[in-house]
Design a protein around this ligand. Structure first.
Ligand code: SAM
Length: 301
């Protein structure tokens, strides 16, 4: 069969883009190749592989799990069933962290950028990659350290692989554990010198109701531990902020910025949660490209 014939066979069952991506993946070529050589004959083995993958997509599996790739912040990431598929709106966390780290003082201070619930590692890898390649001074680069945590060891394996794929594996320390716990328990001494801490987190934030009404392919294929959180979707963020408070008592850091991805209806709900823990924190919300409240920024001095 030719590429064109396979596309025609499935064109009424699947998006053309998905078909092209699956064919490219099963032929080990780019999508451009598929578009440029529609008359190319595929071997029976390649055809069997692509048919199988197409059937998986037809039954609802996300394309990123089938091709094992997802683009995020202009970089390529490996994904599998242990990791959430990176979403475009999460790129806002990268932007916020880069902008604010740039604005913060440097030099004598150390800056720790910490990605809590790193999943595929897309956020911390994109930040480290941009800072290493960007117009940052050597001093700024030297005084910035990157950490990422996740409760899932399988996700951490993927995150490490992605840091390597994008040339920043030596820059990021990946730690297994509950939120900030691995940093607080093992190496609190790292905070004994004055420092700034930028926390980025896209933790599970779907409430029970929103999780239940999520599309079937999300519920069936993406890990529930990456999506659902009790207390109207805010339990993980409440616990994270409590840990931040504990770290401030234990250690002498003096400037903390948190950027938390939320769902739009949580804008109102998260304010009392924050105020309860940090009554004087400065809170600011940002909208995503669709005009929906997406990031909650918290500044604690
Ligand atoms: C919504 S996913 C986000 C993954 C990635 N940051 C992204 O934006 O694509 C949430 C991640 O938080 C992790 N997670 C859930 N509970 C956690 C906890 N208590 N401590 C650390 N990580 C946790 C999950 O394993 C999952 O990888």
């Amino acid at each position: 069969m030719t590429i064109k014939e396979i596309i025609k066979k499935y064109s009424n069952k699947l998006d053309r883009l998905d078909l092209e991506l699956i064919l490219a993946h099963s032929l080990g070529k780019t999508r451009e190749f598929v578009l440029t050589y529609p008359e190319k004959t595929v071997t029976s083995q390649q055809s069997a592989v692509s048919n199988k993958l197409i059937e998986r997509r037809i039954s609802g599996e996300p394309i990123a799990y089938i091709t094992e790739h997802k683009e995020f912040y202009g970089l390529d990431f490996f994904v599998n069933k242990h990791t959430l598929v990176p979403r475009p709106e999460t790129e806002m966390l990268v932007e916020q962290a880069l902008n604010e780290t740039w604005r913060m003082e440097h030099g004598t201070k150390n800056t720790y950028i910490i990605d809590v619930g790193t999943g595929s590692g897309c956020v911390i890898t994109a930040i480290a990659n941009s800072m290493e390649r960007g117009a940052w001074s050597m001093e700024q680069k030297k005084s910035t350290q990157y950490y990422a945590t996740d409760i899932s060891e399988e996700a951490l394996k993927v995150a490490k692989k992605n840091a390597k794929l994008n040339g920043v594996e030596k820059k990021i320390k990946f730690l297994h554990g509950n939120l900030l716990a691995p940093l607080l328990s093992n190496s609190c001494s790292m905070f004994h010198v004055p420092c700034s801490m930028v926390i980025v987190a896209n933790l599970p934030y779907l409430s029970k109701e929103i999780y239940q009404s999520a599309p079937v392919d999300v519920k069936k294929y993406e890990p529930k531990t990456a999506l659902f959180s009790p207390e109207q979707g805010l339990q993980h963020y409440r616990k994270l902020l409590e840990q931040v408070k504990k770290s401030l008592v234990l250690c002498s850091m003096f400037h903390v910025l948190c950027f938390l991805e939320i769902s739009p209806e949580q804008k109102k709900l998260i304010i009392p949660v924050i105020r309860n823990i940090f009554p004087k924190a400065k809170i600011e919300f940002k909208k995503d490209l669709a005009g929906k409240w997406r990031v909650c920024g918290i500044e604690i001095k």
